[in-house]
Design a protein around this ligand. Structure first.
Ligand code: FAD
Length: 390
């Protein structure tokens, strides 16, 4: 038997079908051409110049709403979608966020809870990357506990009037449509809001030191008048937004591994080239221990992601499973990034290498889509039967 490939020491590749490998290679090829050469600069300037053209390119290979059926969506498997997320986040978590928010949050909300008319109007354009969407749940005073949201929607004749503020909303500054969650007399409901509606604005949140290649904004809703047809008819409680988050979190289970792989590979290569005390630093036992630990966590995280992906495709994936995957894989990816950072020494803090960018990005990923603490409590509840949220 041949010696395992150091870039895939556990031969994880053998777990995939030819078609899955093809999906992965198609995504990687596009990213290598269009994004990889520019991503460090986009992170540094805090913007993706030409985000609309990029969105159309990503749409052209079916990355938006990739695992949804119909309405121009590719209808691929959950594992295919996971592999795409991994490749996207190996480039940058901000780019994966663009795709997750578009496909798993905004499009999924419309696809799962929307009217036929809403689906026809938005999904084909969003799948093609011609329209960009965002998803507004978090507010300035409401994060982990969305049941306390203050944004309200009240009826005025057959119309709805929305008032409130959303905070930390990915894609908001360049979105054409916002899915906004608001409290009503009938519980939490979702609204499909074209961003040119009077009273709506989405100012960008500046000064982020993480996820800089992703625009984040507020949503300001100041007497936004919407027709009755703007409400998502099938979503009647917090179950609506939570179902979308579950979809996006599934993508993060895989995505975080992409950032981890990039860090591990960078550290491994660096350890072979960098010479100190007359030897490559990879020849020192302390460096080897770091690389071995990174490698093991990556492999374990990958096996978990693939298991969850196969379960999702079989229709047996529960939200608790997604919590386990998100909690473990983001936490371990961040540890891998921090450890890789030390292997690179001073170069580890430079944008000349991807490691510090992944590391700071993963700080956001640890918090959004359910904080590491929230997912710990979900698992704690599963294990003990005791709810420790409140
Ligand atoms: P809080 O809920 O205030 O929590 C603060 C701390 O207290 C955390 O450590 C938390 O775990 C802990 N905590 C809270 N309650 C408990 C408890 N019961 N037990 C133990 N610990 C607890 N939101 C959107 O709606 N749409 C988006 O597109 C979006 N994009 C984002 C992009 C970025 C870059 C970031 C950083 C955030 C984004 N978010 C988005 C918001 C994100 O989902 C929230 O930040 C997250 O849910 C946590 O809320 P919070 O920041 O208000 O923290």
């Amino acid at each position: 038997l041949p010696v395992p490939d150091p870039a895939d020491p556990a031969a994880l590749d053998e777990l995939h079908t030819e078609d899955e490998r093809l999906v992965r290679e198609t995504v990687r090829k596009l990213l290598d051409k269009l994004v990889e050469p520019h991503i460090a600069e986009w992170f540094e300037v805090g913007a993706i110049p030409g985000v609309r053209e990029l969105a159309r390119e990503l749409g052209s290979i079916g990355l938006f709403g990739m695992h949804l059926e119909g309405y121009g969506c590719p209808g691929m498997s959950a594992v295919d979608y996971g592999l795409a997320c991994l490749e996207l986040e190996a480039t940058d978590s901000g780019l994966r966020s663009l795709v997750s928010v578009q496909g798993s949050l905004a499009m999924y909300a419309i696809w799962r809870w929307g009217s036929e008319e809403q689906k026809q109007e938005w999904l084909p354009r969003m799948a093609a990357g011609e329209a960009i969407g965002c998803f507004g749940l978090t507010e300035p005073d409401v994060g982990s506990d969305p049941g306390s949201m203050r944004t309200v929607a009240r009826r005025d004749g057959s119309d709805w009037i929305l008032d409130g503020r959303k905070m930390w909303i990915s894609n908001a500054p360049y979105s054409d449509v916002a899915v906004v969650w608001a409290g009503t007399d009938e519980g939490v409901r979702g609204f499909v809001v074209p961003t040119d509606t009077p009273g709506f604005s989405a100012p960008e949140i500046k000064h982020k030191l993480s996820l800089r290649a992703s625009a984040t904004g507020e949503l300001v809703l100041d007497g936004v008048r919407l027709p009755a047809s703007a409400m998502l008819p099938e979503a009647r409680s917090l179950k609506g937004p939570l179902s979308c988050l579950n979809e996006a979190r599934y993508g993060i289970v895989w995505g975080a591994l992409g950032a981890a792989r990039s860090c591990l590979e960078t550290a491994r290569r660096y350890s072979r080239e960098r010479v100190q005390f007359g030897r490559p630093i990879g020849a020192f036992q302390l460096t080897q221990q770091k690389l071995a630990d990174m490698c093991l966590e990556y492999v374990k995280g990958y096996l978990l992601a693939l298991h969850l992906g196969r379960k999702k495709d079989a229709g047996t994936l529960r939200p608790e499973h997604v919590s386990m995957g998100k909690l473990n894989n983001v936490r371990e990816a961040l540890e891998i990034a921090r450890s890789a950072r030390t292997v690179l020494g001073a170069n580890g803090i430079s944008l000349e290498y991807p490691v510090i960018r992944h590391m700071t990005n993963l700080e956001s990923v640890l918090t959004y889509e359910g904080t590491v603490e929230m997912h710990t409590l979900v698992l704690g509840q599963l294990l003990t039967g005791e709810q420790a949220f409140r």
